[in-house]
Design a protein around this ligand. Structure first.
Ligand SMILES: Cc1cc2nc3c(=O)[nH]c(=O)nc-3n(C[C@H](O)[C@H](O)[C@H](O)COP(=O)(O)OP(=O)(O)OC[C@H]3O[C@@H](n4cnc5c(N)ncnc54)[C@H](O)[C@@H]3O)c2cc1C
Length: 386
């Protein structure tokens, strides 16, 4: 790789680290304790341009590649922060970018890049479908030049902290389809001016993720807000999965490094039985082991990102990166908890907060079982479970 590219990436890393220094542990503790949205942090990230990393320059974004976006999210989590507050903008952008019309891109992207519009909500999951996305039931029925949407979505994060929602809804009844991956469509819902009822209710969950249940009652969406062709929405969502997995892996790598740094430091300073606890192999070796696993995941993430940027197939690597990084981060979290003993449970030390936050990455936005199913079935050619 050219040294100028490496230098530019290192400079982004350092700039994001610098930005994150203004949001220390106490900030994230307060946000978590009171279940607040980290608005000041998201504002700073928007002003710096980093939240618009993946928006092309012609639309006012930074026009960076997936590696740079990965570095940004990794460093936020590495600093002790939680990029879950705002990562959706990077995750979901691709659908609009790849499949949106020139008019849609012109209408939305510059405002999103400038921070005037927030695209933070992505509505796919439903109670009766779960991981089987092709079973979603929320219906969008065409009526003249608009669609009328009725149904329910669950676990929709940041719906109250967003102006726009990217919605996956059914436009053809399941039973009428030969190919069950068809019949779903993607829409941009402008939540500021929906006609009909959009009822958004918070879900009480173990992480501060602003996750909600959303009910649609005769919600009107103009036809011009449909992204791409009717019925091809599932394909459009799948197209974004590799980038999503690379970015989730990056958050997990950031978490993993944070836990290992905290654990190593604490283990070196905490004296029990007259010596640092880190001198004991029962404490030291698990930290070293977790470090090795985080670094291995790091390499897989870099490989996935570089293949993606070269336009090569990277489904296997992106999925392996997500799997390895989320498991390594979770291992590091557990090891860090053990290293801190009772203090790991004290809110002031931040370990328990990051422990909760990093566990989420094993299960969402996609569970590691689904990742293993992809590897087993699509990469290794074994029989399908679904
Ligand atoms: C904090 C949080 C935020 C979220 N934010 C969003 C969001 O913004 N937008 C959105 O659309 N969704 C969001 N989700 C939803 C998340 O993507 C889903 O929880 C996830 O896709 C799984 O769906 P489910 O919970 O219904 O699990 P289920 O589908 O019920 O599965 C339960 C378990 O069974 C496993 N399983 C199911 N079938 C198989 C199989 N064939 N083989 C092996 N294992 C299997 C699953 O992997 C999982 O471990 C969020 C979830 C959480 C917890």
């Amino acid at each position: 790789m050219e040294s100028s590219v490496q230098e530019a990436r290192q400079s982004i890393r350092e700039e994001v680290r610098k930005l994150c220094r203004d949001f220390p542990d106490a900030y994230w503790q307060d946000v978590d304790k009171h279940e607040k949205y980290p608005q000041e942090f998201v504002d700073a990230l928007t002003t710096s341009g980093y939240l618009a990393a993946l928006i092309p320059e012609e639309y006012g974004g930074a026009g960076l590649d997936v590696t740079e976006a990965a570095i940004i999210l990794e460093e936020i989590n590495h600093s002790g922060g939680n990029s879950g507050a705002c990562h959706a903008q990077m995750y979901t952008m691709g659908t609009l970018l790849r499949h949106g019309s020139p008019e849609q891109k012109k209408r939305y992207l510059p405002k999103i890049a400038g921070g005037d519009l927030r695209l933070q909500a992505f509505a796919v999951t439903e109670p009766n479908a779960g991981s089987e996305t092709t079973r979603i039931e929320t219906r969008a029925v065409r009526k003249g030049d608009k669609y009328i949407v009725n149904g329910q979505k669950i676990f929709i994060s940041r719906a109250r902290q967003s102006d726009l929602m990217l919605l996956l809804a059914r436009t053809t009844p399941y039973d009428e389809l030969k190919d069950k991956t068809q019949g779903l469509s993607v829409f941009i819902v402008d939540m500021r001016d929906v006609k009909g009822k959009l009822d958004i209710q918070p879900l009480d969950i173990m992480v501060n993720h602003h996750t909600t249940t959303v009910w649609f009652e005769d919600v009107e969406i103009p036809e011009e807000n449909r992204v791409g062709e009717e019925g091809k929405g599932f394909r459009y969502i799948i197209d974004g999965w590799n980038v999503e997995r690379i970015l989730v892996a990056s958050e997990a790598i950031g978490d993993g490094h944070w836990f290992i740094e905290r654990a190593s430091k604490y283990a070196s300073n905490r004296i029990v039985f007259g010596r640092p606890i880190g001198a004991n192999q029962g404490i030291q070796f698990p930290i070293a082991q977790a470090y090795a696993h985080v670094e291995a995941a790091n390499l897989m993430r870099d490989l996935a990102a570089s293949k993606f940027e070269r336009g090569e197939k990277c489904g296997a690597e992106a999925n392996m990166a997500k799997l390895l990084a989320s498991e390594a981060a979770w291992e590091a979290a557990d090891v860090c908890m053990s290293t801190y003993g009772g203090y790991g449970f004290a809110r002031d030390y931040d370990i328990e907060r990051k422990f909760r936050e990093t566990r989420l990455l094993v299960a969402a936005p996609v569970s590691n079982n689904m990742v293993l199913a992809f590897l087993g079935q699509n990469v290794l050619g074994m029989p399908k479970s679904y």
